[in-house]
Structure formats: structure tokens, C-alpha cells
Write a protein that binds this ligand. Sequence first.
Ligand code: BEZ
Length: 212
Amino acid sequence: MSLRLGDIVPNFQAETTIGTIDFYEYLGDSWGILFSHPADYTPVCTTELGRTALLNGEFQKRNVKVIAVSVDPLDSHHGWVKDIEETQGCEVGFPIIADADRTVATLYDMIHPNASEKATVRSLFIIGPDKKLKLSITYPASTGRNFNEILRVVDSLQLTANYSVATPANWNHGEDVIVVPAVSTEDAIKKFPKGVKVVKPYLRYTPQPNVE
Ligand code: BEZ
């Protein structure tokens, strides 16, 4: 069965481009992003891994550890990493799992047989420091993911984990956020000293609490 939000994600041991890892040990107390791609030496995947590598500093700032996976073997990953670095102008600083026996793909339900019998789809999981699943997305092989959107979601998840707020449509870091319905307007005024704007009793905005 596929993983659902709030589930504890399964641990595994795997061969990767940085050696054998235990997934939980690799994550430690950090947030984690585990994402699959269909195959090495393919164009969209090359751009996705390059883009992720170029955003390395942004993931580090947010205390997020990234790890990629496909069912290709380790020697293929090592050869392809050189191509990614050459063509995308980056250094691939995160591990890529060689999941030839499909252990990880099966645990995380990354093979969707009606899309492809053999290759993983573009699954992406954001995992909290508590090892619980915070977000999952699935894209088809033909559509590369937007890794700026992934960073935006991480910002929202990290904010809403610590404050009684939610983030509105198209929100970006620094913009006003929404007071969650569970907090009364009276309590919100005490909780959020920067102010509360009441548009409707159920639609209340406050400046993002954790920025100056
Ligand atoms: C790609 O990464 O370019 C790709 C992979 C599998 C199918 C189609 C495109």
C-alpha cells in the first residue's frame, strides 16, 4: 500500500554513490527529500538532478538532506554523474541510490506498472525530522519537477510545524500567512503581535511570524 501523510516512512539500507547507507542514519535529525527518477542518461532526469545539485545551498540552509533513487546500477550512476556535472554546471553533492533489486522502489511504491513496468516514476517524498511523511508528489516521466516549488513547500512545512498558521495559495517566504481555524480571533490577536487582518471570520491573515 502506498504511504500516506503522517505515516512513519520505512527505513532501508542501500548502495549509493557515497557508499552503503542506512536511510534513517543518513537523515539523522534533518528533514529529508527522497526522490526517484525513471532512468540514468535521460534528458529530463539530467536536468532535474542538475537543478537539485545547484540548489544544494538552499537545501542546507533549511536543514534538508536530499537523496535520489533509480533502479539503475551503481556504475551507471557514477558515469552519469560526470555528465550531469559537465552539462548542468554543478557538483552532485547528494547520494544516488542504486536500487537494481527495487527494494526502495517497492517500499515507497515508486513503480506504477500502468505507466512503466520497469522504471520508477518521478516520486518525491518530504520527510520530517520525526521520520513522518509530510508531503508526496508523483510526476510522469515526461514532466520534470520544479525544485523551487519543493523549496517553497519546505518553507511552508517548516513554518506551519512551529506556528498556528497555514500558507495561502501561491505563498512565498516572507508573505502574509493565514491563522488556522482552530485559533479564535481573540487568541490570534494575543498570539500574533504583528497584527491580524480579519477578512471573514474564517479568513484571517497575519504577517509571517518568524521573519523580521
Ligand atoms: C527523461 O528523463 O528525459 C525521460 C525518462 C524516461 C522517459 C521519458 C523521459
